[in-house]
Write a protein that binds this ligand. Sequence first.
Ligand code: F1P
Length: 357
Amino acid sequence: MTSPNSHGSSATLTEIMSQPEIWRQVLQELNSNSTFENIWTQTKSRATWLFVGCGTSYYLAEAAAASRRMQTGHAAFAIPGSEIMLFPDSALLRTPELQAVVISRSGETSEALRAAELLRVRHKIPTLGITCGTKTPLESGTDLCLALHSANDKSPVMTRSFTSMLMSLQLLAARSAGDAKFVGELEKVVARCASLIGNWAQSAESFVAERSFSAYSFLGQGPFYGIAREAALKLTEMSCSFGQPFHSLEFRHGPKAIVTPETCLTFFLSESGSEAEKKVLIDMKALGGTTIAICNRADEQIRGNSDLVFELGADVREFAMLAPFVVPIQLMGFHTGVKKGLAPDSPRNLSRVVLLD
Ligand code: F1P
């Protein structure tokens, strides 16, 4: 069984379990970091934010954009780096007062770097990079750059880098919105996760040991949709299983055709959409699906219709829960991979960075 102190020799599992501690460090660093202060000062007047990334960093872009819209009430959107390269005319790059954010853990991904160059040099859009690497081409290829070295992962699979960069971008949005409460909410989330992660790891490991699935779906709405996409990617990368993300209510419009007990459906339950999303959970349970609920607080209906529940239980606004909600699926992806005889530390066909010729 996994405990916070027994990670075996897996870098990936160690990095997943280290998240509450790393988040604490990142929040402390940002609090006293003149670069973060400078970034905020130089970007606060920009009206519309474009978040760019590839792979996990693209799903981070989606979650960060959705969160920024909720936090500031202003426009924000996300585009994969490749779209900026191939279809710049459909990327709304003429939007006035645009601020671009290019996200890349490694700071080396070719599409992210090419997108940064196109945005900064050809389209004259101010660029902010965010990375976990040191002295990266992203840093030299953007106007401003935030580097979170302590959140870097050794594993090709992005776990703590994803959650830490997401929290940092949310903190920046909170600063722009003059929202002094948010940092305290993140601190509450960190404390909750630190006390829960050992139990979450054990629950995920037992759940995976007792069952086998032919398909996985991840359901979320609003800012949780980006989290659902990242969860599907985590499971796919670590366990070579097929995982698909959906907006929760979209699942009724066709995808529910796949539901059987061998279909594992994970619901990221928001608070804004709780009643409607809960009805989808109840409907899919009635169709015989195996269900996991990830939520802040589970009521009787959620418990009665879920095979496994992960509950955060934090008195915070729902966008403060984005990063911790992905943790149970990072753990499930890891254990599913190990059960299938795979090594999540060296996932099949994957490299840490995608470099184009
Ligand atoms: C992005 C990324 C990862 C993926 C893979 C290759 O990297 O696509 O999401 O897991 O290992 O790289 P980065 O631009 O954030 O470094």
